[in-house]
Design a protein around this ligand. Structure first.
Ligand code: ADP
Ligand code: MG
Length: 349
């Protein structure tokens, strides 16, 4: 390995593009029989079999989607994979492959890119997906990561956004709002929070919030849980921009309305206490916070007994006729029209 004067900074320029690609990808295992050829040729080769193929891409840009002053590169790599897998799981499919494309400036030494790939590799191992290719190029300043996930599902198992029916129950996995508050905590601590320092501020009271922001997990398990319960959702979406905007996607594509009940929104105790501390409304955060990567879905009302009391899921409302609009029923029993403000809107307040 070619090294700088500085022991743990190997310049990317000296390694060269092909050396870099080889170095970054040589320790990835291939596990799926659908992966016929992974990294190393002009294109990867997949065997799609009789199932339908799911493909989804996300592009993450430094300064827009992530801030390296508090986002360790390993976490960034992990999260970049999660964001994509979450979209595959939201179709009720299985993710099997990813491609990873990066643009990096010479501001980053090899060791930094290794960290990024360590996170990507951990995600691949944990979620059983094969890295099958990508592209590597230079950028003048920041870092850019684009990941594509490829999955499959039986045609009859795929769940779209457009199948919600009047009277269906609206269900969400996990809890909401924590990732957004984690970001607030990290931004507040930005001055003192150093990713690698041993001497970190005491963030114990926010551990769950920070974990949800820095190390989100995609809900790979939900598809299996639903199968066990013999439930097929009528519609499904993952929560990347906040509950409000996702439920509106389901409603507009399904041509229905909805009622969401404020007192049913699943909130972690840390979300409640941090909301108070930041002087923010926890309902607003649950609705508009984003980056939760939970799954939001609708099920026929006949499945009520199967879902209620399941600790993985919360029934937060029901589907109505389109003419009734999309509403939040508050604790005071008032109806407020839902607004589609993603976390960006919340940030600009
Ligand atoms: P080409 O010039 O044909 O685009 P590349 O030299 O970019 O080929 O890529 C060579 C191989 O390495 C291909 O299999 C490609 O998919 C893979 N690859 C390139 N960059 C990355 C990366 N950042 N991560 C994973 N695989 C990569
Ligand atoms: Mg290329």
């Amino acid at each position: 390995m070619i090294e700088d004067k500085n022991q743990d900074r190997t310049s990317l320029a000296e390694l060269g593009e092909f050396g870099l690609i080889h170095h970054l990808t040589e320790h990835f295992n291939i596990n799926h029989s659908s992966t016929v050829k992974a990294v190393g040729d002009d294109a990867a080769v997949l065997d799609a079999s009789e199932k339908q193929t799911l493909i989804t891409t996300d592009l993450l840009i430094e300064g827009v989607h992530f801030d390296l002053s508090y986002m360790p590169l390993k976490h960034l790599g992990y999260k970049a994979v999660m964001v994509n897998l979450s979209d595959v799981y939201a179709m009720n499919g299985t993710a099997e492959q990813i491609t990873v494309s990066i643009a990096v400036s010479n501001r980053f030494p090899l060791e930094a890119i290794e960290e990024l790939y360590a996170g990507i590799q951990l995600a691949c191992q944990t979620y059983n997906v094969d890295l099958i290719g990508g592209d590597t190029t230079s950028s003048t300043k920041g870092m850019l990561i684009s990941i594509t996930a490829i999955g499959k599902a039986n045609k009859e198992d795929i769940v779209y956004r457009n199948g919600a029916k009047e009277t269906d129950l609206i269900v969400v996995s996990g809890d909401l709002g924590a990732a957004y508050l984690g970001l607030q905590v990290l931004e507040r601590e930005k001055q003192v929070f150093q990713v690698d320092a041993n001497n970190q501020p005491d963030l114990d009271a926010y551990s769950y919030l920070i974990e949800r922001q820095l190390k989100p997990e995609a809900r790979k398990d939900v598809s299996g849980l639903l199968k066990e319960m013999e439930i097929k959702p009528t519609s499904m979406i993952d929560i990347s921009d906040g509950l409000s905007s996702e439920i509106m996607h389901i409603c507009s594509q399904s041509k229905v309305g909805c009622k969401i009940y404020e007192d049913k929104l699943p909130l972690d105790p840390q979300v409640i206490s941090a909301s108070e501390e930041f002087n923010m409304d926890s309902t607003m955060i649950a609705l508009s916070g984003g980056e939760d990567y939970e799954l939001l879905f609708t099920v026929p009302i006949a499945d009520f007994d199967k879902v209620k009391g399941n600790p993985n899921f919360s029934i937060i409302g029901h589907v109505t006729d389109e003419s009734q609009g999309m509403n939040l029923v508050t604790r005071a029993n008032q109806e407020i029209e839902l607004k589609a403000q993603g976390w960006n809107a919340l940030k600009e307040e």
